[in-house]
Ligand binder design. Structure first.
Ligand code: FAD
Length: 655
């Protein structure tokens, strides 16, 4: 329900409060239709809540503000987890990718990074179709939110629009990305904007300040776009997509594009000419001279040259779409004046005659210190108000989507008077992301890496459905259809594993079957454990061909068979890691002795962990595990140490 009462709001706040309780109130209002906002409103709507998305322009729903790609190492894990919870972005990427490639395949599958170049127009088209036409319980309006309605009991009860209308709601999720007090700049020119072509969000930034949220300022940037026809690709390294392309979503067996129709990307490098232009023009480059922190892991070309000069830097030439005439030069984010950007790109190999279609630019924006949030992404100060996405100090579409789905779910669950949905660090990368943010905060744009996850042997992209779909189903956010897909996959995996485990042969037999030199080992091995033997690299398909009598009964899709190889590879490690997780749970009441020395080198604790533990002096392992900034692996080492030393007395017995 939208009411035109701005004047009353200003004059009679008490009257406004009455309206917030009136019939017709929305359950969840989501502010901002970016990557966090679309997941948030879709999740709240899937939970059957009456949801409203308020965003500046319907036409920018699904806009990819920067790179035309989704996924990658760590980010691909997040996408798989969002998909496991029936989120939107992975399915849409399966309908709009034009170059699918799994990154990091030389390393183990636990750290593979599913990634795809995306056709921007197709992504928007399919996402908007999903949000506009296939999301029951969701309404969408075009408007700018300027303020929040706060009940005298402190609860957020709706939003105020710039035209004076106000919308009452039981909960509100803000996902305004880079728009809070946003300013973009090229060279020395600075103007207010959330991104090019979009107004910033000033009123809402003021509201959050007024509500005394701890805020900070961050910056990021985007490269210029170049006309494809002006590039000489013959001087660049051609990189082809995977054949066949692997879908992101667990419910898809293939992606929309024919494997052979995928388009290549090209790799090229900067030359000393780029360094020269950057170094000689620092005085006309405001973004570089400012003190504000930019993305460490996706820096501008200026920062790379200033930090690591005299080096050729990689530039990936990525297509913006199947029928787009534009190329996105990843790695060339810059904020020099436009004429200098034109000169700069021509110093890159293959771009000697390149023509700029539009210049790169920087954006500076306010964010809220994510330590203001509970792990449910509800703010600690204002019950009923949730924040998700770049507003919390992260960068990237995937990080935004991952927070969006959790914030949207929790807003809806609060309305349903149910427990918040929290993913622990031991359950998913989403848990790692949110735990890192809400316990450590961030002073630079935060992005996901596999190294942030202590339990990464278990938290793999391939098993995100097994880890999270049932949990999401129990919470009500996952459809029956997806739950059925999971059940089929699980029973197929279990059946195939059982059959493969039952076929036992001595190593020499396996070696002769695979025409390998003889082994000295004599212990029999199952066909299942053979899949983990990296010297043989057997596939289920091969095994079935070599042993038709024993393995004819194997069913399952190729995707299931590929998963079996990964399951076999990680079976042992996964068992160990699951045992560690269980051990921590079991030993919650284990007592830590008084005046425990956290500086012991054998504990291998970080300085931050040592300081926090020494300061808090937790009495038990459970208490230690709740200290923000103390990781589960640190708790595990602490637990093992304390246990070895025999400190097992119950808490009550402690002096
Ligand atoms: P966004 O996708 O920004 O969406 C915010 C939405 O909120 C928009 O639709 C906006 O119209 C709406 N909105 C804002 N205020 C209001 C309001 N008051 N009322 C109603 N609607 C409102 N990520 C990377 O990983 N690597 C990069 O190199 C990178 N570079 C970037 C460069 C630029 C210039 C920009 C702008 C972003 C860049 N990003 C980069 C970040 C990436 O685009 C974001 O992390 C991601 O889009 C954040 O998603 P979000 O949903 O939080 O916000």
């Amino acid at each position: 329900m939208i009411l035109r009462r701005r004047s009353l709001l200003r004059v009679l706040p008490a009257l406004v409060r009455q309206f917030s309780c009136a019939e017709g109130t929305y359950d969840v209002v989501v502010v901002g239709g970016g990557h966090a906002g679309t997941e948030a409103c879709a999740a709240a709507a899937r939970l059957g809540r009456k949801t409203l998305l308020v965003t500046h322009k319907k036409s920018t729903i699904g806009e990819m503000s920067c790179n035309p790609s989704f996924g990658g190492v760590g980010k691909g894990h997040l996408m798989k987890e969002v998909d496991a919870l029936d989120g939107v972005c992975s399915r849409i990427c399966d309908l709009s990718g034009i170059h699918y490639k799994v990154l990091n395949v030389r390393k183990g599958p636990a750290v593979w990074g599913p990634r795809a170049q995306i056709d921007r127009k197709l992504y928007k088209k399919h996402l908007q179709n999903e949000i506009f036409n296939h999301t029951p319980n969701l309404e969408i309006i075009e408007a700018a939110v300027e303020d929040l309605m706060i009940h005298e009991n402190g609860h957020c009860t709706g939003v105020v629009l710039e035209n004076g209308d106000y919308v009452s709601s039981k909960t509100v999720v803000i996902t305004t990305g880079t728009f809070l007090n946003g300013q973009i700049n090229i060279g020395l020119d600075v103007r207010p904007a959330g991104r090019v072509g979009d107004e910033p969000s000033i009123g809402l930034a003021k509201t959050l300040e007024r509500l005394k949220f701890r805020m900070g300022v961050l910056k990021t940037g985007t490269p210029p776009r170049i006309y494809r026809s002006s590039i000489d690709f013959s001087d660049c390294e051609k990189h082809l997509a995977d054949m066949p392309p692997l879908p992101f979503s667990f419910i898809n067996s293939q992606v929309w594009i024919k494997p052979e129709d995928q388009v290549p990307c090209y790799l090229t490098f900067t030359t000393p000419g780029v360094d020269k232009i950057v170094k000689e023009n620092l005085h006309v480059n405001r973004h570089v001279s400012e003190e504000i922190t930019g993305p460490r892991y996706c820096p501008s070309i200026e920062s790379k040259i200033l930090r690591f000069g005299n080096r050729a830097h990689q530039i990936w030439l990525e297509p913006e779409g199947l029928d787009s005439g534009l190329i996105y030069p990843a790695g060339l984010s810059c904020t020099l004046p436009e004429d200098l950007q034109s000169q700069l790109i021509r110093q890159v190999k293959g771009l000697e005659n390149a023509v700029l279609a539009r210049p790169g630019y920087g954006v500076q924006y306010d964010f809220v210190d994510p330590r203001e949030l509970w792990p449910s992404l509800e703010t600690k100060k204002i019950p009923g108000l949730f924040l998700a996405g770049q507003i919390n100090g992260t960068t990237g579409y995937e990080e935004a989507a991952a927070q969006g789905i959790i914030a949207g779910m929790n807003a809806a669950l609060q309305v349903l008077d149910r427990e918040p949905f929290v993913i622990r660090r031991t359950e998913g990368y989403i848990g790692v992301l949110i735990d890192d943010l809400t316990t450590h905060g961030t002073n630079e744009p935060y992005r996901m890496f596999t190294s942030r996850a202590e339990f990464r042997v278990y938290l793999r992209p391939d098993n995100a459905d097994i880890r999270l779909t049932k949990k999401g189903f129990d919470a009500g956010v996952v459809s029956n259809e997806r739950m059925q897909v999971l059940q089929q996959t699980q029973s197929s995996l279990e059946y195939c594993e059982e059959v493969l485990q039952s076929v036992m042969l001595p190593p020499r037999k396996w070696k002769s079957l695979f025409k390998m030199p003889n082994s000295t080992s004599t212990a029999s091995k199952s066909a299942f454990s053979l899949l983990a033997d990296s010297s043989i690299k057997a596939t289920v398909f091969q095994l079935r061909n070599l042993m038709p009598d024993e393995l004819r009964c194997l069913d399952g899709t190729e995707a299931v068979w590929d998963r079996l190889v990964i399951c076999s590879t990680y079976k042992h490690y996964e068992k160990m890691q699951t045992a560690e997780i269980e051990a921590i749970k079991k030993e919650q009441e284990l007592v830590i002795p008084k005046n425990f020395d956290y500086n012991m080198p054998s504990l291998n604790l970080s300085m931050e962990e040592r300081e926090k533990l020494a300061f808090s002096q937790p009495q038990t392992i459970a208490a230690a595990s709740r200290i923000p900034g103390v990781t589960p692996s640190a708790v595990l080492r602490l637990m093992v140490y304390v246990k070895q030393k025999g400190h097992k007395a119950p808490v009550a017995a402690r002096g």
